[in-house]
Design a protein. Structure first.
Length: 288
């Protein structure tokens, strides 16, 4: 049986300190903050990032350098036969396309998964890949399974500020100004590769209800049959400036019979979302 390694990037929210216990290798995402280079969870912590961001630092993200990607692959392949590499969604970054090109030089030993996941849903894909590898699946088989189920996940994100979307050119300055003037709490969605507008809320409470109801509707209507609690995983995330403990408890209370995982939002996403954000996701479990 082939020895398969699973690698993802830090967009998954998997910390370096927990990667070994989870059986996943994690490639840190690069940042540029006021002209200085950083790597997420290597020389840039969550607290350090938000301290700089809220102080007005000029922060931007980029995809990992090709050499950093292949260096990690080469290191891992010294002890493994194959790699399943799960980068962030190809719809939100060019890192997946770059990795796919790089993998062509590895004679099939590196399988790049383009399953449109990010944050906690990307984390779940990595954990699913680890499980499938333990069950004896090859890297190519794991890639096929994960890509066949790529639309079995939905993400909803409430934002408290449009400042960073405007900065990144994702919305017009006029739209950002209007949203700020009206004190809107826009809710965005990721269904597959695209980040789209979903709803507009006036308050955090209204935004929470919109996200919770969207997850319930997703479970009831998206698939060929209503999904039961044991068929889905509910996950969530947040950025500072919110009451994350209250959010965690609210989600657990709303979905008491579900598997639930909550974590801080990965920094490479938070860089474009900003502080005061909440997210809720629902992912259909892989069938045994």
């Amino acid at each position: 049986m082939s020895k398969v390694a699973v690698i993802t990037d830090s967009n998954s929210g998997i910390r370096q300190s927990e990667s070994a216990d989870l059986g996943v290798f994690v490639l840190p995402m690069p940042f540029d903050i006021d002209g200085k280079a950083y790597l997420e969870d290597i020389n840039l912590t969550q607290d350090q990032f938000y301290e700089k961001l809220l102080a007005g630092a000029d922060a931007s993200t980029s995809q990992p350098a090709p050499g950093d990607v292949t260096d990690l692959w080469d290191k891992v392949l010294a002890d493994h036969d194959e790699i399943v590499y799960i980068p962030m969604s190809s719809g939100l970054s060019g890192s997946c396309a770059t990795a796919t090109i790089l993998a062509q030089d590895y004679d099939g030993r590196v399988q790049v998964v383009n399953n449109q996941r990010i944050s906690v849903t990307q984390r779940q894909s990595a954990l699913d890949a680890v499980r499938l590898a333990k069950e004896g699946k090859s890297a190519a088989q794991i890639k096929e399974i994960l890509e066949a189920t790529k639309f079995d996940s939905s993400i909803y994100i409430m934002m408290s500020t449009l400042k960073y979307l405007k900065k990144g050119g994702r919305i017009t300055p006029a739209a950002a100004a209007l949203g700020t003037l009206l004190r809107l709490k826009p809710v965005l969605q990721i269904q597959g590769e695209k980040l789209d507008a979903f709803a507009k809320a006036r308050t955090v409470r209204q935004a929470k209800n919109i996200m919770i109801n969207a997850v319930k509707k997703n479970m009831a209507e998206k698939y060929d049959h209503p999904l039961s609690d044991d068929e889905v995983i509910i996950s969530g995330a947040w950025t500072p400036g919110t009451d994350e403990k209250e959010w965690i408890e609210e989600v657990k209370k709303t979905f008491p019979n579900n598997d639930i995982y909550m974590q801080p939002l990965a920094l490479s996403i938070a860089c474009h979302i900003g502080d005061g954000a909440l997210a809720l996701t629902v992912t259909r479990k892989l069938k045994d």
